[in-house]
Design a protein around this ligand. Structure first.
Ligand SMILES: C[S@@+](CC[C@H](N)C(=O)[O-])C[C@H]1O[C@@H](n2cnc3c(N)ncnc32)[C@H](O)[C@@H]1O
Length: 351
């Protein structure tokens, strides 16, 4: 999965083709409606106010892809940047071609908004900083381990080259899984996915973010829900907006992803010292961050009934089309209890 997505010059994200939007392979919420970025921007502005003296306020986006979300956030923060002190937006993408393209796009928006835009190959180079780290649909795009319950124990699923093509393989030698042993399967053949790379992000960001917030938005569930709802696992292969039945077919041209195993990611966050502020459905998080007010304002600004209908339909898609998405909001434990109006302590936590 790592090679198929990220092999230099060959992977799905690294071969230089655009994968986003109608002419690509998939959409994210960032492409569905500008209110998605506007709502996140409003929340980030609240975080900035709560940090008070943190100057400049850094927003580090991990995995910005084509930069659609970053552009929307930068545009939405234009007023805030002039009135509330400097803001900088840092794009961190593992894919060099995507990172360069996103930087051009977001830099243009940054110049108009008075926000400095930078890009980096990894978050580690930022050193200790205050601000916000944002990851939308980053964790599902990380290589995952797939484990299958055999009735007597767990086996690890993998891939083998049989001399002419890639074929599925299975090993009975299973390395330990981060966050504690997997409970035995409820049924033979049950597949559970875990992603050490996804878990590593929360540890890496914990090393650098001193004050502020880490927002993770992605499709995924608790492990117990995944076991119930997806006993065959969630590995999905997609090309040109269509599901492909064989994930080993045309590696590098096919998007591969798995649902985020939030039980393991949250356990990694706890052991890395994060305090969990909220873990809830993305639609609920957007609601808390000001989506209804922004929607009402946008509706008031429409100039025709048709424009209003289009806006309402887009809004419906954003809230209900992303039903399996969760929002995980973390603050560094050393930052102390979150301030009022910013981090919503306790809401949704532990659901
Ligand atoms: C599904 S896209 C996310 C799209 C984008 N966040 C949005 O809202 O439209 C996943 C992105 O994460 C990037 N990525 C994957 N692993 C990464 C890593 N370790 N560090 C930074 N970016 C990474 C990929 O190159 C790709 O651009």
């Amino acid at each position: 999965m790592d090679l198929a997505l990220y092999a230099e010059g060959l992977g799905f994200y690294t071969a230089g083709r655009s994968r986003f939007g109608p002419g690509g392979d998939f959409y994210t919420a960032s492409h569905v409606h500008p209110l998605f970025a506007a709502t996140i921007a409003r929340h980030l502005e609240g975080v900035r106010r709560s940090l008070g003296s943190a100057r400049p306020f850094s927003i580090v986006e991990l995995g910005p892809g084509d930069g659609a979300l970053a552009e929307g956030i930068v545009r939405s923060l234009a007023g805030a940047a002039t009135s509330g002190g400097p803001i900088e937006y840092v794009l961190v993408d593992r894919s060099e071609p995507l990172g360069l393209r996103a930087r051009d796009r977001v830099e243009r928006a940054g110049r108009a908004a008075g926000i400095r835009v930078r890009s980096r190959p990894d978050a580690g180079g930022e050193g200790p900083f205050s601000g916000a780290v944002l990851a939308n649909e980053l964790l599902d795009a990380q290589p995952a381990r797939r484990l299958r319950w055999t009735g007597a124990g767990w086996a690890e699923l993998g891939v083998r080259w049989d001399g002419s093509r890639l074929v599925a393989a299975e090993s009975r030698t299973v390395r330990p899984v981060g966050g504690g042993p997997l409970p035995p399967g409820e049924t033979d053949g049950l597949v559970v996915e875990v992603s050490p790379s996804a878990e590593a992000f929360v540890r890496e960001v914990a090393d650098h973010l001193v004050r502020g917030v880490l927002l993770i938005l992605d499709y995924g569930m608790e492990e117990s829900e995944l076991r119930r709802a997806h006993p065959a696992g969630t590995l999905a292969a997609v090309r040109s907006h269509r599901t492909v039945s064989d994930p080993l077919d045309r590696p590098g041209e096919t998007d591969l992803s798995t649902f985020v195993n939030f039980t393991r990611v949250r356990a990694a966050a706890r052991s890395a010292g994060w305090t969990e502020v909220a873990f809830d459905r993305q639609a609920e998080a957007l609601g808390r961050w000001g989506y209804p007010e922004l929607l009402s304002e946008a509706i008031r600004r429409t100039r025709s009934p048709e424009e209003e209908v289009r806006l309402r339909l887009g809004s419906k898609n954003l809230l209900f089309g992303f039903d399996r998405f969760r929002a995980l909001e973390l603050v560094p434990a050393s930052a102390g209890p979150p301030r009022d109006g910013v981090t919503h302590e306790g809401r949704g936590a532990g659901r």
